[in-house]
Design a protein around this ligand. Sequence first.
Ligand code: NAD
Ligand code: LMR
Length: 335
Amino acid sequence: MAEPIKVVVTGAAGQIAYSLLFMIGKGDVFGTDQPLILHLLDIPPMMGVLEAVHMELRDSALPLLRDVIITADPNVAFKDVSAAFLVGAMPRKQGMERKDLLRSNVSIFKTQGQAIDQYAKKDIKVLVVGNPANTNALICAKYAPSIPKENFTAMTRLDQNRAQAQVAAKLGVAVNEVYNVAVWGNHSSTQYPDISFAKIKQDGEEKDVLGLIQDDEWVRKEFLPTVQNRGAAIIAARKLSSAMSAAKAAADHMKDWWSGTPEGKFVNMGVISDGSYGAPNNVIFSFPLTIKDKKWSIVQGLVFDAFGKDKFDLTSKELVEERDEAMSIIEDADA
Ligand code: NAD
Ligand code: LMR
């Protein structure tokens, strides 16, 4: 058996972590032959709850789990870790403006970026789940200058999974038969879930999803808003944000980063933009990616129509605004 790797989950006493920790612990992410030491970080008032999570993890009798460390100290949590799931964030409260939300999160992700810079392994893979995920990931990367920016990613896999599920239901196929759905931009309601390049494989034959659907009205007026607003629909129905599906998406994201994408298939992650497709630079932007040897590459050569270009530009604009607001908060704090 391999040597154990250290994996940190922040917000470990929260809703998403409750599902995610079990998936990680039973080998869904790093493989069923990879022993693990889990580091669980939350804030001091949550240490009692975290102790209960710790007890439950032990009682789950997971053979891969060699040790669990619970802490409220980021410097302990990030020590020597190979992979980080940054789930904990300040939630939006009633009456809160985006700037207020950003201000609280800038402070959290600055502290965690600094701890990663100082204590984590230099090849750490960081997945930011806590919202606003793209901008939080950018802040975290900014404060960890010794780690390559490519190692900081934001989660848009839930949007991909939601889009695949909508297409599968529309076509009456299993969700794993649908692939190459793109998600462009921000994990917010401006995201552009795009099925222009999506395929299904049936009886060994590859078919274009749009060719099978033959219904532009459905794509633009049903599919698109359903995926863009799915998070809000779940909050309205559950009075809490998505947790089980978010945990599954976080596990899928890290698993594919760790072990790669199959030939001819892509996945989506928010990554540092290199300006591909005219996306703004220096934002964490969701692109379709292929992954090999734990390194991602943006899929090139996909072509947009005018409708798609408008959607792409809208989400780009939002990400630039979010980044600029976050940077002005940092400048004010440093002044
Ligand atoms: P939750 O409120 O149940 O749990 C969040 C946990 O984070 C809490 O235990 C809290 O104490 C902890 N926390 C707060 N500040 C912290 C800090 N500085 N360090 C460590 N822990 C801290 O929330 P949840 O349902 O688990 O959701 C977590 C985040 O994930 C939210 O921001 C939510 O909006 C986001 N989310 C993102 C996606 C996505 O697709 N990217 C999907 C669903 C939810
Ligand atoms: C989601 O997509 O479910 C989460 O990001 C919650 C939200 O605020 O939409």
